[in-house]
Each structure stands twice: as C-alpha cells, then as structure tokens.
Write a protein that binds this ligand. Sequence first.
Ligand code: PMV
Length: 341
Amino acid sequence: MGYTVTVVAPVNIAVIKYWGKRDEELILPLNDSVSATLDTSVMCAKTSVSASPEFTEDVIWLNGKKESFSNKRLQNCLREVKERAAAEGSVDKNFLSWKVHVCSENNFPTAAGLASSAAGYACLVTALAKLYKVKTDVSSIARLGSGSACRSVYGGFVRWHAGSDPSGVDSIATQIASSTHWPEMRALILVVGDSKKKMSSTKGMKITTETSELLKHRIKHCVPQRTTEITKAILARDFPKFAEITMKDSNQFHAVCLDSYPPFVYLTEVSHTIIELIHSYNEICGETKVAYTFDAGPNACLYMLESEVPKIFKIIKTIFPSSDPTKFISGLPINDADVST
Ligand code: PMV
C-alpha cells in the first residue's frame, strides 16, 4: 500500500545572477535574480516520491546512488511541504506520518555548473507538493533546497524576489513573461567540462559575501537597475538590450569571484574563447545577436533568437571539432510547460 508521484522539472539559467546570501539557513539572497526556464526535452530532473506506512525510514536515491536523508536541505524541504499540507488541511495526519522514498535523476552532469540542483530541488518539492496536495506557491519551499531552484518552479522568464522579511515569506519566484511571449528565444548549452566543480556555490557565496567589496557595489548599484532594465527588455522583446545586460551580469558575477579572498575561478580557457568568439560574432553582425552567460562552472549558455541557431552551430562546430571536450546540448526553446507530472 502507498502512493507514488513522478514529476519532471526544468533547468533555469540566470541572466541576472544570484550570488550571496543574507541568511544561510533559509537561503535568502542578497539580490533579486532573473532567469529563463529551459525546455525539459533535453535537460531535466525526474523525481518519483512514494509514501507508504510500510517504509521504516526516509530514503533518497540520487542518480541511482543511495544517499543519506540526513542532508539538512532535504529535510527542510520535506518538513516545509508537510507543514504546508497540514496548514492547508489537504491530507490527513496519518498520511503525513508515513515515511517517503525518493528517486531522483538528472539527464545531464550533476554539480558542473549546469543548474542541476535547481532542477533537482524544484522537482523534489513539486513532487512532494503533489503527493501531499499542496495548493499554494511552492517556490519558497524549493528555495530551501537550492536558492536558484525556486525559479525552476515556473516557466518562461522568471524573477526571484530577494524579499526583505527575515522569515523569507516574500523571497519567492514570479513569472515575468511566459515562453509564448518570446517564442523565438533559444538557449544553446555548450558543455565545456562536466566534472564536479571545485568550489561549491554555497562555499563560494560565503567567501564572496565576507570579502568582496565589488559584491557590495554590485548589489547596491548594478543589480537593481539591471533587473528593471532586463524585465523591460524581455517585455519589449528587445534582444540586443537583453543580451547586453546578460553578458555584463555574467562578467560581473565572475569578477566578484575573482574579487573574493581567496579568489576562485569557474571559467576556463575554453570559456574565455567562447566569450571572445561571441563578441567577434556580434561585432561582425553589427548588432548584438548572441549573448553568453556562465554559472558556477565553465559551461556556456548562449541565448539567441531561433534564426541565429544554425549559424552559431556551424561556427562552434568549426572552432571546436567533435574531438574537443566542448559539445552541444542543444538549441533549447525557452520552456513554459511548467513542471509536469
Ligand atoms: O542555487 P545555487 O546554490 O546552485 O546557486 C546558483 C548560483 C548561480 O547559478 C551561479 C547563479 C544563479 O542565479 O543561478
């Protein structure tokens, strides 16, 4: 006897980066961030959650490997979903006391700066919310697993509001626009390296928050203005503006990593070659046609309109032949299919 729910959740790639926490436990960010949610057809997390009176302990399998449920973030997510379900009265108390078994898989490298934790926690929390019939917004619960996960709960273009309440009640994600608003938008992921990153985002953010002067400047003088401007650019479908802000924000994020003490770097020589290539391409075009952005890893996410995809594919293939570690994931459309069962 028992109940099982299976959910698929997308990756999101930030165009205004989240970097730095004001509360480590509740995962409250220092700044707002903005992202696009990618199609689940190529990159996604898939999670099944079962609850049964026969289970004796909570268990999780991550990409086929049994992991401990003692992980605090996992426990926080499970506890919050159950508390929300209890408050909403959506299921009976007995059901809430049953243990759960979770099986979660990513179809792309984990912890290589490809937003695997975002998709993973968005998936887990959505699956749990479905199991316990939670009706209200779950982005604030996904946030407890991995900050950026709150943005993967919605499709299209999404903003994570930093909020100001110490409880985190207003630190939630909302949709700026659905994918149908800008159907030509594409994201191309170039996998430069798929090994696990040396500096976790949690540790990196802590060092940056404690030591970087540039981070203070970024949060006060750059991010608020950029967030307003990129929202306008998205709503106006102004690609050159969207691209310029995206690239500047990625560059500043990597600059704050370098401004941290001790400094750390996520970009490799190949990442820098991609940056130079995109700037040359835009210059030759006489207009900004492609944007790059890099998370906490060397892999590039290129944003462009659909008409640009074949040209960029061709150029990248020429510059990085197939023997090179660089490979494409795909020209992913921006997804609006939301998390699906
Ligand atoms: O949610 P985390 O802890 O994986 O941090 C994500 C940080 C970046 O990917 C670098 C930026 C972002 O906003 O997604």
